[in-house]
Design a protein around this ligand. Structure first.
Ligand SMILES: C[S@@+](CC[C@H](N)C(=O)[O-])C[C@H]1O[C@@H](n2cnc3c(N)ncnc32)[C@H](O)[C@@H]1O
Length: 305
C-alpha cells in the first residue's frame, strides 16, 4: 500500500527508451513540426521528454505518447512539450553579412521611387525575438537614412514560451555584447531594479548597473509576435511581403520538405521582395520567379518584378 501511494504521488524513474518508441516520437515530431531528430540526437530527445514527464508526473514514454494524442488535454500538453523539443538558440545580429545585404544591397534599390511605401517583414522561427528586433534595428536605421517610411515585422514561431520572451523584449545584459555599440545606444535601455542608497530599490542608471536590458518602445511597437507553425505556410494569413527572413529553421527539417515549404514561402513575396535564408542551409534551391542576390557568404533571393 505504501509503495502504491508513493508511485501515485511521485512517478518512478523514467526507463530507457527502446528504438521502436524512439521511432514513434521522432515520427510524431516530424509530422507535427517538421523537425527531424536523427539517431545521434536521441539523448537530447530523451532528456527533454524525461524532464517534462517528471514535471507532469509521468513515468512511461508509451503512456505519455498516448496522452499527447488524446484530444484537447493532449493538445495542451503538446503545447508545453513542443517548446522543450525544439532548439531556440539565437543571437542578436547573428549573421551580419545577411543584414548588410538587406540594408545596403537590397533596401535602397527596392525603395527607390516608392520611398514612403511601408515595408512588411516576416521573421520565421524567430525563437525568443532577437532576430526580429535585429531586423527592426537595421530597418529602422536604414529607412531613416533613406527618407521616411513605415515598417512592421511579423515574428512567428511554433513555441508559445519562446514568443512570450520576445513579447517581453527584455534580455540578460550579457546579450548586449551581441549588439553593435551604435545600435545598442540607440535602441536599448537598462531594465530591472537595483538596491538604492536609501535601502529601497531604483531603476539602474546605466547598463553597468543593470542585469537586464529592454528594447526601446518605438521598436517594440513595430514587432508583432504570433504563434504559427511553418508547416501551415500554404495557409499563412500573410500576403505580399517585402522581406522574409528564415534562418536556422529549415536546417532542422527533412530535405524533402524544404523545397515545398520554400516554394510556398516564396509565393508570399511581393515583386522585388527579398527572401533571406541561412547561408548553406538549403542546397540547390531554385524558383522560376526568384533571382539570387548577394555573394557566397549569404543565401538570398529577390522575387522578379
Ligand atoms: C534555432 S532557432 C532559430 C532562431 C532564429 N531564426 C535565428 O536564426 O537565430 C529555431 C526556431 O525554429 C522554431 N521552429 C521549429 N519548428 C517550427 C515550425 N514548424 N514552425 C515554426 N517555428 C518552428 C523553433 O521553435 C525555434 O525557435
Amino acid at each position: 500500500m505504501r509503495q502504491a501511494l508513493a508511485n501515485w504521488t511521485t512517478p518512478g524513474p523514467v526507463p530507457a527508451m527502446d528504438d521502436a518508441t524512439f521511432g514513434r516520437w521522432v515520427d510524431l515530431l516530424e509530422r507535427r513540426t517538421g523537425v527531424v531528430v536523427p539517431p545521434g540526437r536521441k539523448a537530447f530527445l530523451v532528456a527533454a521528454l524525461r524532464t517534462r514527464m517528471r514535471e507532469a508526473g509521468k513515468s512511461s514514454f508509451e503512456a505519455y505518447f498516448d496522452e499527447i494524442l488524446d484530444g484537447p488535454r493532449g493538445a495542451i500538453e503538446w503545447a508545453t512539450l513542443v517548446d522543450r523539443l525544439t532548439v531556440h538558440q539565437t543571437h542578436f545580429f547573428r549573421h551580419p553579412p545577411s543584414l548588410d545585404l538587406v540594408a545596403r544591397d537590397w533596401l535602397p534599390a527596392y525603395r527607390a521611387g516608392q520611398s514612403d511605401a511601408p515595408i512588411h517583414a516576416w521573421s520565421i522561427g524567430c525563437a525568443t525575438g532577437e532576430e526580429a528586433f535585429t531586423l527592426a534595428m537595421v530597418l529602422d536605421r536604414a529607412m531613416a537614412a533613406g527618407g521616411r517610411g513605415y515598417y512592421g515585422i511579423t515574428a512567428t514561431d511554433i513555441s508559445a514560451a519562446a514568443l512570450a520572451v520576445g513579447r517581453g523584449a527584455t534580455y540578460p545584459v550579457a546579450k548586449l555584447d551581441e549588439i553593435p555599440l551604435s545600435y545598442r545606444e540607440a535602441y536599448c535601455a537598462p531594465a530591472g531594479e537595483v538596491f538604492a542608497e536609501d535601502g529601497g530599490v531604483r531603476a539602474p542608471r546605466g547598463f553597468e548597473e543593470a542585469d537586464s536590458f529592454t528594447i526601446a518602445e518605438p521598436l517594440r511597437k513595430r514587432v508583432g509576435f504570433v504563434q504559427f507553425n511553418l508547416l501551415d505556410v500554404a495557409r499563412a494569413p500573410l500576403k505580399r511581403l517585402d522581406l522574409i527572413y528564415c534562418q536556422n529553421v529549415l536546417i532542422y527539417f527533412a530535405r524533402e520538405r524544404r523545397a515545398g515549404l520554400l516554394q510556398a514561402i516564396a509565393d508570399l513575396l511581393k515583386p522585388g521582395g527579398l527572401l533571406v535564408l541561412g547561408a548553406g542551409e538549403v542546397l540547390g534551391f531554385n524558383h522560376p520567379q526568384l533571382t539570387r542576390l548577394g555573394g557566397p557568404q549569404t543565401l538570398a533571393f529577390r522575387r522578379n518584378a
